[in-house]
Design a protein around this ligand. Sequence first.
Ligand SMILES: *[C@@H]1O[C@H](CO)[C@@H](O)[C@H](O)[C@H]1NC(C)=O
Ligand SMILES: *[C@@H]1O[C@H](CO)[C@@H](O)[C@H](O)[C@H]1NC(C)=O
Ligand SMILES: *[C@@H]1O[C@H](CO)[C@@H](O)[C@H](O)[C@H]1NC(C)=O
Ligand SMILES: *[C@@H]1O[C@H](CO)[C@@H](O)[C@H](O)[C@H]1NC(C)=O
Ligand SMILES: *[C@@H]1O[C@H](CO)[C@@H](O)[C@H](O)[C@H]1NC(C)=O
Ligand SMILES: *[C@@H]1O[C@H](CO)[C@@H](O)[C@H](O)[C@H]1NC(C)=O
Ligand SMILES: *[C@@H]1O[C@H](CO)[C@@H](O)[C@H](O)[C@H]1NC(C)=O
Ligand SMILES: *[C@@H]1O[C@H](CO)[C@@H](O)[C@H](O)[C@H]1NC(C)=O
Ligand SMILES: *[C@@H]1O[C@H](CO)[C@@H](O)[C@H](O)[C@H]1NC(C)=O
Ligand SMILES: *[C@@H]1O[C@H](CO)[C@@H](O)[C@H](O)[C@H]1NC(C)=O
Ligand SMILES: *[C@@H]1O[C@H](CO)[C@@H](O)[C@H](O)[C@H]1NC(C)=O
Ligand SMILES: *[C@@H]1O[C@H](CO)[C@@H](O)[C@H](O)[C@H]1NC(C)=O
Length: 705
Amino acid sequence: MSTFPVGLGKRPIGTIFSLSTITRISANLCTIILLFFSSQSFLDENIFIQATASENTTALQLHIFDQYVVMDNGILQVNLSKPEGMVVGIQYQGIDNLLEVLQDETNRGYWDLVWSAPGITRKKGAFDRIEGTNFTVIVETEDQIELSFTRMWDPSLEGKMVPLNIDKRFVLLSNSSGFYTYAIYEHLKEWPAFNLTNTRTVFKLRKDKFHYMAMSDNRQRHMPLPDDRSAKRGQALAYPEAVLLVNPVEPEFKGEVDDKYQYSIENIYNRVHGWISNDSQVGFWQITPSEEFKSGGPLKQCLTSHVGPTTLAIFHSTHYSGEELIIQFGSNEPWKKVFGPVYFYLNSLVDGADPIQQLWEDAKQQMNNEVQSWPYYFPASKDFLSPNQRGTVSGRLLVHDWYVTNDKDVPGNGTLVGVAAPGDVGSWQLECKGYQYWTKADNNGCFSIHGVRPGTYNLYAWVPGFIGDYRDVSEIVVTPAAGCDVDVGTLVYEPPRTGPTLWEIGVPDRTAAEFYIPDPNPKYINKLYINHTERFRQYGLWERYADLYPDNDLIYTVGVSDYRKDFFFAQVTRKTDNNTYNGSTWQIRFKLDNVDKNTTYKLRIALATAHVSELQVRINDPDAKNPLFTTGQIGNDNTIARHGIHGLYRLYNVVIPSVELVEGNNTIFLTREMSVSPFQGVMYDYIRLEGPPSSSDNNDIGFSS
Ligand SMILES: *[C@@H]1O[C@H](CO)[C@@H](O)[C@H](O)[C@H]1NC(C)=O
Ligand SMILES: *[C@@H]1O[C@H](CO)[C@@H](O)[C@H](O)[C@H]1NC(C)=O
Ligand SMILES: *[C@@H]1O[C@H](CO)[C@@H](O)[C@H](O)[C@H]1NC(C)=O
Ligand SMILES: *[C@@H]1O[C@H](CO)[C@@H](O)[C@H](O)[C@H]1NC(C)=O
Ligand SMILES: *[C@@H]1O[C@H](CO)[C@@H](O)[C@H](O)[C@H]1NC(C)=O
Ligand SMILES: *[C@@H]1O[C@H](CO)[C@@H](O)[C@H](O)[C@H]1NC(C)=O
Ligand SMILES: *[C@@H]1O[C@H](CO)[C@@H](O)[C@H](O)[C@H]1NC(C)=O
Ligand SMILES: *[C@@H]1O[C@H](CO)[C@@H](O)[C@H](O)[C@H]1NC(C)=O
Ligand SMILES: *[C@@H]1O[C@H](CO)[C@@H](O)[C@H](O)[C@H]1NC(C)=O
Ligand SMILES: *[C@@H]1O[C@H](CO)[C@@H](O)[C@H](O)[C@H]1NC(C)=O
Ligand SMILES: *[C@@H]1O[C@H](CO)[C@@H](O)[C@H](O)[C@H]1NC(C)=O
Ligand SMILES: *[C@@H]1O[C@H](CO)[C@@H](O)[C@H](O)[C@H]1NC(C)=O
């Protein structure tokens, strides 16, 4: 065994290091180790590592072989291919490999992306399982090993290779029952344009061990085997991801539907998910300590874990949002972003009752620890900013709606406040290139957003119970000065409002969850979602509309109907005998005792999602050639097929001249046009009719008709 100074010099292949024999750092002393690396600009590193060492941690070991590199902290061992940086093995608790040994080594634990070059119109883009070409040890101390696997763009491969430099990092800390991974993507100014559709990390676990999946207290279950999805045992339904289990290995799954989209979740709630091996009493968890690097803000939904057994950390996808979320890079656009770190946490029980409950509770505890530790201090890339290079944005946000809040500024309940790249009202839900930071305001409307990277932002917010989106027009500049705090003072959101509420349907909370969610067709159930708070995750609910309304479309009568029972959660297509699809026209009937002359009323339509639809509004004349209002073609969210209850939020403010209305009974006709597939439709979040303005003020704001 030979030893070398930390981080310097070459080492013979195959040498096994015990770091404790390399550097001695005495307990309770902070030692600063300076590492210099010089290569291409992308890899330039001036790293200051504060290494606090403890006498009782197991020595970290780094073993470098010809084609593999193994990190070991005495708790687990991570084996990566070199220089590709694919995780080929994870050894833990005497289990030789937690990853699926039946899979090829390049198909067990990896980063990938989907991209397209200019002029390529292929819908899906090209899939790239990112293989490094260069391997570098970035940090080797008693407390940390950090490895880098890089791949530089090769201009001779223009059009065939995504124009990005990619640096994949893997970090093992001492006394840490898991490992971290993050990556830095960089597009230089002079490089060609391209689109980025998707990027993520994927871990495929052993199917002979991991059978129980958990993602929240009430979303966890014993899962089918991947074999059950094969043509021999399963039957693909309306799309290949949804499979009816016809002849599963374990008979208990017979008759259930398996579909990975039933396990999607919003970024804000996507903190920990993974798998338990009940036999080995071992858990494998993906923990996301922050959503700062995720696309589309806190409400963007992504996949989590699913039958495989597979666990994903998705950084960017178009799911539940559509093409609008494809990240488009111009040919003159420098860009760099750090995705992660995310943590892969392993836990185990020596023995004990109810391993599932204990491992899940422990995983949640660890998740809380990681969230508390964010921003991490340890990542060595200078592109990941340490806590003291970041700032705080704080203030107070109140809401003022003269009709609802009695002409007072009041704190909202559940207000979400965030900073994201400057843009239009609501633009954060499409923002993917930069970083976003969100928090919930407290009961007084006060908020404090920590760990914000230096940069220029707008402040955005929305308040459950009120329509629209708040944006503060002034730009917020977080400077690189240590401890930079920006206090924005007290801000007041005045949601769109012109007249008093004459009636309303639903709750403005950006979802359709409060409306009528039908029972699934008994042929297509997922037992997890029977009698569940998220029953909308059942397969095939879109077909239930025609079952419930076979002859006539939905009619909602204000004052008589109850939106929880009488307002179907999605205005979907109706299948005809021909296997074609029809649109539908829903009616809202309401009575006006009197109608003010020579004025306007206002119809607020907040949509929770839309998929290739045009929504038209007519008043009192269903056959009017021209609708009073149309959205035009909107939406690509694909939320209906994916069992979501919301996608992108859209608010329409429709002006109704009083001549359109009559004293007595009126009807609003909502016609949804464009029908070629079962998955088209809209979900309403909330509908409201406002009377004429009480004053001459028109305080409408929001992105509107
Ligand atoms: C190691 O980690 C465990 C669990 O997080 C913790 O209880 C313990 O104090 C740590 N030990 C050392 C020496 O840091
Ligand atoms: C060091 O760790 C071992 C095993 O976890 C434990 O038994 C021992 O008490 C620890 N020693 C100190 C000084 O913390
Ligand atoms: C790392 O994985 C390779 C490929 O499976 C294997 O040959 C090698 O023995 C592993 N190394 C260790 C130390 O587990
Ligand atoms: C990127 O995607 C947009 C929207 O789908 C498309 O219009 C554009 O042509 C694409 N650009 C490239 C470079 O692929
Ligand atoms: C690999 O890294 C070395 C220095 O660490 C550098 O000289 C070389 O150009 C890199 N090769 C590639 C293909 O990136
Ligand atoms: C897990 O194993 C325990 C025995 O250790 C058993 O009682 C329990 O039913 C198992 N749970 C599942 C979901 O397989
Ligand atoms: C705030 O909202 C939560 C969740 O919607 C609700 O349970 C709670 O009662 C509300 N609190 C107040 C003070 O309205
Ligand atoms: C549904 O859940 C409620 C409350 O948890 C329970 O009382 C009821 O029995 C359940 N119904 C079915 C059919 O499981
Ligand atoms: C579909 O729409 C056509 C044209 O409006 C209509 O004639 C037909 O009856 C509809 N079919 C169903 C099943 O609703
Ligand atoms: C069935 O399809 C034919 C040809 O496209 C069309 O003429 C006819 O109206 C359709 N019938 C129904 C009930 O939609
Ligand atoms: C009100 O009446 C005036 C004069 O007849 C007309 O110009 C105006 O358009 C009317 N406004 C509305 C909202 O109907
Ligand atoms: C108005 O609507 C109500 C409720 O649907 C109905 O009972 C009543 O007959 C209608 N009145 C007229 C004049 O159509």
